[in-house]
Design a protein around this ligand. Structure first.
Ligand SMILES: Cc1cc2nc3c(=O)[nH]c(=O)nc-3n(C[C@H](O)[C@H](O)[C@H](O)COP(=O)(O)OP(=O)(O)OC[C@H]3O[C@@H](n4cnc5c(N)ncnc54)[C@H](O)[C@@H]3O)c2cc1C
Length: 163
């Protein structure tokens, strides 16, 4: 009986609170884009992703594996700004090697190329994979700039404090 109770209590007693200024949920295109901006701004951030890699949506969908966001490699213009505005697949980055057109030559690209692109995009970003955030709650604190922190809890009952 005692062993049973101790086993139940152990995860919550010994889980350490990991703290970051910014917490981002999900390493899809949206989460990776905001992570990129936070990274470039030198902020203390972390991305939590329940899958083992980025872009988990595109690992499974669309089922037919062809994207409808066409890959406009040739716009008829040499203007980089113009061409980037017509690029439907790339995330924002100053790094021109992180243009989707470097990852696929197909007009209707394969979803797997998007996954590969997002893997490359996320390489230098702070992403924790295999972390399924199960609970998000607010914790009041006079030390917080707006009066509260967010507490995130993953599937192992590990807690993360987000300022
Ligand atoms: C059928 C279909 C076809 C599409 N085809 C295209 C296309 O061809 N081209 C195109 O550009 N767009 C396409 N889209 C749209 C595209 O899928 C979305 O715009 C894009 O995925 C949104 O990105 P996101 O980062 O907001 O969300 P998502 O890509 O959904 O990413 C969210 C991430 O968060 C993770 N997550 C969620 N909850 C938790 C949690 N509690 N803890 C940890 N991690 C969590 C998920 O695992 C996931 O990786 C299509 C959409 C659909 C439905």
């Amino acid at each position: 009986m005692h062993v049973f109770i101790v086993t139940l209590l152990l995860p919550s007693v010994f889980s350490q609170l990991i703290t970051h200024d910014y917490c981002v949920l999900g390493a899809g295109p949206g989460g990776l884009q905001i992570a990129k901006f936070l990274d470039e701004a030198g902020r203390d951030y972390i991305v939590f992703e329940r899958s083992q890699g980025p872009g988990s949506f595109f690992q499974h969908f669309p089922r037919h594996r062809k994207l409808i966001s066409i890959n406009k490699r040739f716009t008829g213009s040499k203007n980089k700004e113009f061409n980037f505005r017509h690029d439907w697949n790339s995330l924002l980055s100053q790094d021109e090697s992180l243009r989707f057109s470097q990852f696929s030559q197909d007009f209707f690209p394969y979803a797997d190329d998007m996954v590969r692109y997002l893997q490359n995009y996320s390489t230098a970003l702070n992403v924790l994979y295999g972390r399924d955030i199960k609970k998000v709650r607010m914790k009041s604190s006079p030390d917080a700039w707006n009066g509260h922190y967010f507490l995130l809890e993953d599937q192992t009952v590990q807690e993360y404090m987000c300022k």
